[in-house]
Design a protein around this ligand. Structure first.
Ligand SMILES: [Zn+2]
Length: 328
């Protein structure tokens, strides 16, 4: 419905591969802006700045990212001097502190200004690098837990969720399992015949090398789509290949932002484009990533009981419904 189906896509109008972080790609208003228009005091804090532009679109309220916390102004962000507010220096974009800053500023804002609605969004940098149960993962979970306790103590109704899960994408030796799909298709059909798009692609790739378990393929040459589909489906590590219409129905995607085929890899495997296009030099830990059906299940946690919770498939974007309509 909102049209944002990845970090990155192939824009059929301009025939260019572009980031999807410009509000011009939004096809719906945001819940947050609607609340602000109805008179609610709304605060949005994101870790990465790319999300701020989308979540803050037409929002009359406080909106900033910890990535650019040093450039926040009253005119642009509805608030000034968030470094003092958070009591932290500007964090690095590759750090646990980038997410911690979101919570430190959010807690301080809640205690000081009492907004009606706050949306706090972290990054998955730590989860990409550190498996559950390792010291760095435990430290990060403990940090989140302490900030959630602080929000709870300040009287907030808290709903806590994730946009995806995370799995190791490695073999028994810790080496990444990668299907370089564009190389496979180029070898079969030539270089201009297909275009592999990896929606996980973004400017911040050090921790995952732009490798995830989801890809979409445009078939541009005179090859039958069904033949490409069968060839991809036969590759080891591939879980699912669906034509556009079936994939968009199943995964609720906008058809004109998805290729002729959608490819999902198995739990331990990621999909790459051409081997030469991925810089894996920044991967200093065994690859962990997401994007597949194996990473669909996420927690949805609240700090109040829900005595009359309707029986249905609750999903992460139901966080507002849950928090506003179903908690005691
Ligand atoms: Zn990620």
């Amino acid at each position: 419905m909102h049209g944002i189906c990845g970090n990155y896509f192939f824009d059929p109008d301009t025939r260019a591969e572009v980031m999807m972080n410009d509000p011009k790609y939004l096809r719906a208003g945001t819940i947050l802006a609607a609340f602000a228009d109805a008179g609610a005091k709304v605060t949005v804090i994101t870790a990465k700045d790319k999300l701020r532009a989308l979540l803050g679109h037409r929002l009359k309220g406080v909106c900033f990212s910890s990535e650019r916390a040093d450039q926040v102004t009253l005119a642009d962000n509805g608030i000034a001097d968030v470094l003092s507010l958070a009591g932290m220096p500007l964090p690095s974009v590759y750090s646990a502190a980038l997410s911690e800053f979101v919570f430190a500023a959010g807690c301080a804002l809640l205690e000081r200004d009492r907004p009606d609605i706050m949306y706090l969004s972290t990054t998955d940098y730590v989860q990409h690098k550190h498996a559950p149960g390792t010291p760095a993962a435990n430290a990060f979970t403990g940090l989140l837990d302490r900030y959630l306790a602080r929000l709870d103590a300040a009287g907030a109704t808290v709903v806590f969720t994730a946009d995806h899960g995370m799995n190791a994408k490695t073999d028994a030796f810790g080496r990444p399992n990668i299907v370089f799909l564009q190389d496979v298709l180029d070898a079969a059909y030539g270089e201009a015949a297909t275009r592999v798009i990896l929606p996980i692609t973004d400017p911040y790739v050090v921790h995952h090398g732009a490798l995830g378990s989801f890809a979409t393929v445009y078939v541009e040459g005179r090859v039958p789509i069904s033949e490409v589909e069968a060839r991809i489906a036969a590759l080891p590590g591939v879980e699912l290949v669906l034509p556009r219409a079936a994939a968009c129905a199943r995964f609720e995607l906008p058809e004109n932002r998805v290729g002729d085929l959608v490819v999902v890899s198995e739990r331990l495997t990621v999909i790459g484009s051409r081997k030469s296009r991925h810089d894996l030099s920044g991967l200093d830990a065994p690859l962990r990533s997401h994007g597949g059906t194996s990473e669909q299940r996420v927690p949805l946690i609240a700090n109040r009981p829900a005595p009359d919770l309707p029986v249905r498939r609750w999903r992460n974007f139901d966080a507002f419904d849950l928090g506003l309509n179903h908690l005691a």
